[in-house]
Structures are given as structure tokens and as C-alpha cells.
Design a protein. Structure first.
Lengths: 112, 113
């Protein structure tokens, strides 16, 4: 069964600290993996996309990694800010014509 | 939010009543989706559309129907609302198929009492 598992479920860090969120998936065949950020009361917004051949991709303070062999991805947030407080959702796409598989998300709280 | 408008944003309705949620886009994207989001679950696909009058079921389609008579509008109807359909509903759009970025609306919070 195609699944996406995220850890931790929730995380609290101090402003300015770094953190890493994990995503493991069993989706096969694999097309791409996206990380979405969802602020409270809003819809998810894409942060980055990882395709099979990509290992690392950065978007400002966000860096995503992908290991297609072990089917693992991580999202590293550097120098966290209060505005980073949100739910981060890992979404995996299989071959064309199959539905997106969503993880349950990691809720990040950044405190001052 | 990429030219996506959901209406209403909040609704409280009684069990057994029909409810229609509307999603309107200004991006001329071919694909439109309805998801529900519940605590402890990831976003789950209810129905999707790949063109005018072309729709298909997702993983949690029971109790829901959809219609798309124009490219820009995708309606989700709960034929007879139940308490289990209390949820936050998100509309999403994408330009091509599953492996392109999906843009989400702001959501509709539906409470069935």
C-alpha cells in the first residue's frame, strides 16, 4: 500500500534554532515529492519539489533532501523564525494517473 | 492563493440537509480537486475533475457528488449531510496532471450538527 509517514508529529523549537523534519514513503513507482507549508486557517503552499534524480534543493532557509534508494526525504529549516510556525506536509506523486499521497504533517511551533 | 476562491468559508448545517460548496478559479487550470482534512489524517481526495463534465471519484467519495459545467467552477455537494462530514474542505487546482504543483484554496470549514 502506498503510504507517506512523517516524523515527528509535532515539534517545538526556540526562534533562531534549526530543525529537521522527516518523511518516509513507500510509493512506487515514484515521480516526485513535494513539501508543503500550511499556516493555520490557510491552504497548503508548495515549498519545494524533489524529483528522482535530485538529492538536495534549497528555497531560502528551507533545504530539502531526497534519498530515492531508501525512500526518505527531509526538510531542514535554518535559523527558524516565528513565521515558520505551521504544519509541514510531505506529498508524494506516483506515476501519471495516480493520486497524490499526503502525509499527516508535522506541526512546528517556533517560540520566542 | 493562486486565483482560487472557495465559498462559503464557514458553514453550519443540520444533519440530513443538502449542502453545496463552490470552488472558483481564475487560472484556467484543467484539473480541479476536492479534499477534506481531518485531525489525525492527511488530506484525502474526495473527487476530482480533469475537464468540463469530466469527473472521477477519490478515496473518500461516498456521500459526495460533484459537478463541473464550466472550466472555472467545481461544485461539491453533500446530498444529505452527516456529522461524519464535519471537516475542513479544500479545493485545489493544477495545470496538468498529478505530478504538477497543486494550488490550494483557503478552505471551507463545515460543521454538521
Amino acid at each position: 500500500k502506498n503510504q507517506v509517514e512523517q516524523s515527528p508529529q509535532s515539534l517545538i523549537i526556540l526562534e533562531g534554532k534549526n530543525c529537521t523534519l522527516q518523511c518516509n514513503y513507500t510509493v512506487s513507482p515514484f515521480s516526485n515529492l513535494r513539501w508543503y507549508k500550511q499556516d493555520t486557517g490557510r491552504g497548503p503552499v508548495s515549498l519545494t519539489i524533489m524529483t528522482f534524480s535530485e538529492n538536495t534543493k534549497s528555497n531560502g532557509r528551507y533545504t530539502a533532501t531526497l534519498d530515492a534508494d531508501t525512500k526518505q526525504s527531509s526538510l531542514h529549516i535554518t535559523a527558524s523564525q516565528l513565521s515558520d510556525s505551521a504544519s509541514y506536509i510531505c506529498v508524494v506523486s506516483g506515476q501519471a494517473g495516480t493520486a497524490l499521497i499526503f502525509g499527516k504533517g508535522t506541526t512546528l511551533s517556533v517560540s520566542s | 492563493d493562486a486565483g482560487i476562491t472557495q465559498s462559503p468559508r464557514h458553514k453550519v448545517t443540520e444533519t440530513g440537509t443538502p449542502v453545496t460548496l463552490r470552488c472558483h478559479q481564475t487560472e484556467n487550470h484543467r484539473y480541479m480537486y476536492w479534499y477534506r482534512q481531518d485531525p489525525g489524517h492527511g488530506l484525502r481526495l474526495i473527487h476530482y475533475s480533469y475537464g468540463v463534465k469530466d469527473t472521477d471519484k477519490g478515496e473518500v467519495s461516498d456521500g459526495y457528488s460533484v459537478s463541473r459545467s464550466k472550466t472555472e467552477d467545481f461544485l461539491l455537494t453533500l446530498e444529505s449531510a452527516t456529522s461524519s462530514q464535519t471537516s475542513v474542505y479544500f479545493c485545489a487546482i493544477s495545470e496538468r496532471s498529478w505530478d504538477t504543483e497543486a494550488f490550494f484554496g483557503q478552505g471551507t470549514r463545515l460543521t454538521v450538527v
